[in-house]
Every structure is written in C-alpha cells, then in structure tokens.
Design a protein around this ligand. Structure first.
Ligand code: PMV
Ligand code: MG
Length: 381
C-alpha cells in the first residue's frame, strides 16, 4: 500500500492575475489533508476507486480500449471523478511511453479538506489536492522517479485538461507545501504542444515550460497566519467566468490590474525572502485592495459582507486581512502579531466568522508521506 497525504491550500495574494500567462501568486499549504492510498487490484488488472464523492462502494473503471484509457460507466461518477480519471489517463500514457506494463490498482481517496461532520466546504482546494495525490501515488506505484518539477508539470497537465481556465496555483501549493511562490505557464501554448500528435508526455515533463515557476519561500518571521471562514461556500470557476465577462469591455483596465498584482506579488516574495514582515503586511494589504478594485470594475462580488467584516475587524487590531482565492465566500486570511491572535479570533467569532485554526503545512516527511514496501504487490497478476 502506498499512502500519500496532500495538504490543502489557501491563496495569500495574486488571485485572478495568476490566471494570465506569467501571472504570479503566493499561496500556503495548510495542515488539512486529502489522503490517497493505492493498493493492489481487487482482481487481476481491475482498476477501482473509492471516494466519498461517489458513495461508499468502489467505482470500477471500464476496461481500457484503443481510444479510452480511463472511463467509468455512470456519467455522475465520471463527473465526480474528473480529476482522478484524467490523472490515471496521463500516468498510464506515461507508463505506456516508457514501455511499462500497465497496472491494476485500487485507489482509496479520503478528504479532510471539508468539514466531515457537517459537509461544510471551506475552499481549501480539493480538486488541486486530489490531482496531486493521484499523480503522486500512481507515479510511486509505477516507480517513475519524477522530481518535484516533473511531478508538478504532470499534475498541471491533469488540472488544465480538466479545467483549461484554472491557474494551477493550488496544485503547486499542494505539491510543494509551505509558503509557495507560483508563476503560471502559458496554458494555451502548453495545451497546443500537448495536442500535437508527435508530442511525447515525457518531453513535456522534462522540458522547463516558459514562465512556469513554483518554489518554496520563507514564512513571515513573526507575523502569524490566521484563517477565517465566511460560512458561505463559493464556486471559483463561476466567479472566474463572471469576472472575465465583467471586464470584457475594459481590457486595458484589466491589464493594469494584472501588472499591478504581479508587481505586488514580486514585492511580497522579496519581503518574505528578506524577512521584512512590515513589507509583507503592506504587500498583502495592497493585494487585497487590488482585488476590491477589480471586483468593482467587473461588478463581481469578491469581498462579500462577511469577508469585509473579516478584514475590518483585523484592521482594527493593526493586522492585515483580505479575501483568499476567488472570494464570493469561502475563507479570508489575516497576518497578525502573535500577541493579538486570541483577540482576533474572538472578534471574528463575534462578527460571525469562524476561525479555522489551521497551521501551515511544512514537511512531507513529518506526516509519513509514503511507504513503498509493498509496491511489488501491485505488479502481481
Ligand atoms: O477560490 P480558490 O481558492 O479556488 O482560488 C481561485 C483563485 C483564482 O485565481 C481566482 C483562480 C485560479 O485558478 O487561480
Ligand atoms: Mg475559493
């Protein structure tokens, strides 16, 4: 059995602008996890997946055909398993390119990213985490020996194939852990290259992609990251679409937003790297203000009244806060002096915001990220 724990993520800065080629963002991985376990097939060469999203029992993948390698019979299951099936498809394509024998397996996916007791969604990035988890677990089962850069490109190809409009920032944060500086590739160019009949997946994974960059950066020295939940679930793809339509008439203003956001993220990354907490705070505040401005420009409510309350209560304590991710609900983040954490949480509760008490995920080895002892089992007929 190979087990992989993948942390959830939150955006610190750079939302929306990171959707453009070369767009920059800073994210953190948090200590709520999605777990993917891959074990031997339940019968020779069968491939099955169990996840709460498709019910208690395993869903069986259809036998591979010349044109389809990862599909399930029920359209509702297919929709729920989009990221899983696409990850399986790309991993098997890579295995075939390498001349590896294709494996049967059972995948078990458990998520603690949403609230298990109530089913409440926090927006910690379950599609990014499941993509990283399935890619990482199956890459281990196949003994691909990919480094983080190649794993990232494989996970990004999966994410972009499912949703060509996502930036991949969530994938990078869940894959690298800690605080992450991300710069998005030109997805259209990657997709066009991928679609060429003579393109090998192997080539795409081992070549650097123009613009793409993802690396860990230091956490602020003394400021604490606090996360507040607005109580409202949000659908990021819907907001991205609304914003796109909203700014369609004023692309010059949108370009100015993207330039300003990228420069703000560059300042933030430099401040994190030099341990300058004051500049970290200023940059995060600027990132929030830029989002409020583009929200007004497009007529899309990124900062809901609850998220505005989250910000103003933090402001009153001398902390810095903003919406996190696409907005419209989900979470907001604050950077606050340790001495003020208790008071911030109390004031958030009074304003109807739930403090999530998350920590930044730091190290994969600390969570016992995998054990490869019985990989050989997967190869048994
Ligand atoms: O709401 P979240 O945490 O899924 O973040 C979405 C961030 C966007 O930049 C708006 C979209 C994206 O794919 O990066
Ligand atoms: Mg969100």
């Amino acid at each position: 059995m190979i087990t992989v724990d993948v942390p959830g993520k939150l955006y610190i800065a750079g939302e929306y602008a990171v959707l453009e080629p070369g767009g920059a963002a800073v994210l953190v991985a948090v200590d709520r996890y999605l777990t993917v376990a891959v074990g031997p097939a339940q019968a020779p060469s069968r491939r099955t997946v169990t996840t709460a999203r498709t019910g208690p029992g395993p869903v069986e993948l259809l036998p591979r055909t010349a044109t389809t390698v990862a599909a399930v019979a029920d359209p509702a299951d297919a929709a729920a398993l989009r990221h899983v099936l696409t990850a399986v498809e790309l991993v098997e394509r890579l295995a075939a390119e390498r001349g590896d024998e294709l494996l049967g397996f059972h995948l078990e996916i458990r998520s603690a990213l949403d609230d298990a007791a109530t089913g409440r969604k926090f927006g910690l990035g379950s599609s990014g985490a499941v993509t990283v988890g399935v890619v990482r677990a199956l890459a281990r089962a196949y003994r691909f020996d990919l480094d983080d850069d190649a794993l990232l490109r494989l996970a990004l190809l999966t994410a972009f194939a499912v949703d060509p409009r996502c930036s991949g920032g969530d994938v990078a944060a869940s894959l690298l852990g800690g605080w992450v500086a991300y710069r998005a590739p030109d997805r259209a160019r990657v997709a066009a290259q991928f679609a060429q009949p003579d393109t090998k997946l192997t080539d795409l994974l081992w070549q650097p992609w123009p613009e793409l960059s993802a690396r860990r950066v230091p956490a602020p020295r003394a400021l604490r990251l606090e996360v507040g939940w607005s109580g409202q679930p949000a659908v990021s793809s819907g907001l991205v679409e609304l914003l796109r339509n909203g700014i369609a008439g004023d692309s010059a203003a949108y370009s100015r937003f993207v330039v300003a956001s990228n420069s703000c993220v560059a300042t933030l990354v430099a401040a994190l790297e030099s341990g300058d907490d004051a500049s970290v705070g200023t940059a995060v505040a600027t990132a929030g203000a830029l989002l409020r401005a583009v929200s007004a420009l497009a007529g899309v409510p990124i900062e809901t009244p609850a998220l505005a309350a989250l910000r103003t209560t933090a402001d009153a304590l001398g902390a810095v806060a903003k919406s996190s991710g696409a907005g419209g609900g989900d979470c907001g983040i604050a950077l606050v002096a340790s001495a003020d954490v208790a008071q911030l949480r109390q004031q958030w509760r009074a304003a109807g915001i739930t403090p999530l008490e998350l920590l930044v995920h730091q190290s994969f080895s600390a969570k016992g990220n995998s054990s490869d002892d019985s990989v050989a089992d997967l190869r048994q007929p």
